[in-house]
Ligand binder design. Structure first.
Ligand code: F0G
Length: 458
């Protein structure tokens, strides 16, 4: 008999979680204004809001915490962290920050000027926020493959070189950099191929435009390159990662994902001028450059997390679980962005709640329905998240409208995946009866999804 697959770790510590009744959830969701960000975590049974900062650290990471050096300047923890990032990414100058958006804030404060145009394969919302708040423009150049959730292609996160070249050609001397996001979170945790990374860098450099890798899920991207792209099957994840970064000019990192820490981030670059420029913003915004918003113990845990999460077995266990959930949804016929991505399943709300008009936010409605069904908290990655166009103030209805089920690293078991799939099936089975969605009662001018207040229609 073939030995089945099992996790490459065992569990040393557990945290109890609580179930609730439908009546309780109805009340809690109403109090949260139909916005799951406003729920208390204890009102949630299985929390798939994000895979960011929600992973379980290993015994070795916890051990590293005890070795943290909390010296204000020049701590041994910083040098351990710096050497690890230099070795793994192959980039020279490293600045720690407290999370990914802080890395963006520091680096973009130096690089972005009003009126600039910044292409990218679906900028994450904070990335877009840091561009648009500086009165610059973020232009999406993701391949059109990503728009069709049912199309099975191995590297749906890729950059469209045609779209990118058009932006570069039309904006001479006005593109300070291009943002290459691996994996492409917004379109479904979809990977970018090594070929596309290299071609993107070559094209940008032809126009003298530097490339910044948004690296939140770089290790998952490397895993997909190894298993899906020709020529990489026999390379280690660490070798693939070095190759991914060989041509890029800098990286911003949210270490809360593939660093498997609860808080942390960094900037890495080969450009001394960017390093010197960014340092001037790091000190007032984040802190002195050898801690940048992180404590010594957290820098230690991050160094360990980066080392272990760039090993094949760790990534295989993780991505196997996401695929396990996807296969359950296949069994029940529930449509999601195919093939399953690295960190999450993105359910295609448009294809589930076909009677809810887009003006009533189908994916947000589906997010509420799943919570009411079983206390499972996913998150809308759709029309609510897309915010309004900064110029026309109109809702942006042109992208995908998805419910993201982000799987925290090393936290839930496959039994939890079974619960998620069954709850979603129950909602799916009664989809014809769901005809009305939600309406906005109050919203913030930027990144409204965190705080938006909604009312239920119908
Ligand atoms: N870039 C990407 C691709 C991200 O997914 C995120 C965060 C960031 C940058 C910002 O990093 O949160 O450390 O400040 N994504 C989280 C998510 C919040 O749920 O996908 P951060």
């Amino acid at each position: 008999m073939k030995i089945p697959f099992a996790e490459s770790w065992k569990i040393k510590m557990i945290e109890p979680i609580k179930k609730s009744t439908r009546e309780q959830r109805e009340q809690w969701l109403k109090e949260a204004h139909y916005n799951v960000f406003q729920l208390k975590a204890e009102q949630v049974y299985i929390d798939l809001l994000t895979d960011s900062g929600t992973g379980a650290m290993s015994d070795r990471q916890w051990a590293e915490l005890m070795l943290g050096d909390e010296s204000y300047a020049g701590a041994t923890s910083f040098y351990k962290f710096e050497a690890t990032v230099q070795k793994i990414l192959g980039l020279k100058y490293i600045i720690p920050t407290h999370q990914g958006r802080a890395a963006e804030n520091v680096l973009f404060s130096y690089l972005v000027k009003a009126g600039n145009v910044i292409p990218g394969n679906a900028h994450f919302d904070t990335t877009k926020g840091h561009i648009e708040s500086r009165k610059a423009h973020a232009i999406d150049v993701t391949t059109d493959d990503a728009k069709d959730t049912q199309k099975e292609v191995p590297f749906k996160g890729n950059v469209s070189l045609e779209k990118l070249e058009k932006v570069l050609k039309e904006n001479p001397n006005n593109v300070p950099f291009m943002v290459l996001t691996v994996t492409n979170n917004t379109v479904g945790g979809q990977p970018v191929s090594m070929k596309n990374i290299k071609e993107t860098c070559t094209l940008c450099h032809k126009y003298n435009v530097p490339v910044i890798m948004d690296s939140a899920r770089f290790a998952e991207n490397a895993y997909f390159i190894k298993v899906r792209e020709e020529g990489y099957a026999n390379k280690s994840i660490k070798e693939i990662v070095r190759e991914m970064y060989a041509d890029v000019d800098a990286a911003t990192m949210s270490a809360k994902k593939d660093g498997i820490v609860n808080m942390g981030g960094f900037i890495a670059t080969n450009r001394e001028d960017w390093f010197e420029g960014a340092k001037l913003f790091c000190i007032p915004i984040e802190g002195y450059v050898t801690y940048g918003g992180m404590s010594g113990r957290d820098l230690n845990a991050l160094a360990q997390g980066l080392n272990e999460n760039t090993e094949f077995d760790m990534l295989e266990t993780r991505i196997h679980q996401v695929k396990y959930l996807a296969e359950k949804l296949d069994e029940y016929g529930i449509p999601y962005q195919r093939p399953a991505g690295g960190h999450a399943i993105f359910v295609d709300a448009d294809k589930v709640l076909t009677h809810v008009p887009k003006e009533e936010f189908p994916a947000q409605t589906l997010t509420c329905e799943l919570y009411l069904e079983a206390g499972i908290r996913g998150v809308e990655v759709g029309f609510m998240l897309a915010d309004r166009d900064p110029e026309t103030k109109e809702n942006r209805f042109n992208g995908l409208d998805l419910l993201r089920l982000a799987i925290p690293r090393r936290v839930y078991t496959d039994n939890h995946m079974d619960v998620i799939a069954a709850a979603l099936k129950n909602v799916y089975d009664r989809r014809e009866q769901i005809t009305r969605g939600v309406a906005i009662e109050w919203e913030a001018p930027l990144m409204r999804h965190f705080t938006v207040k909604l009312k239920r229609l119908g």
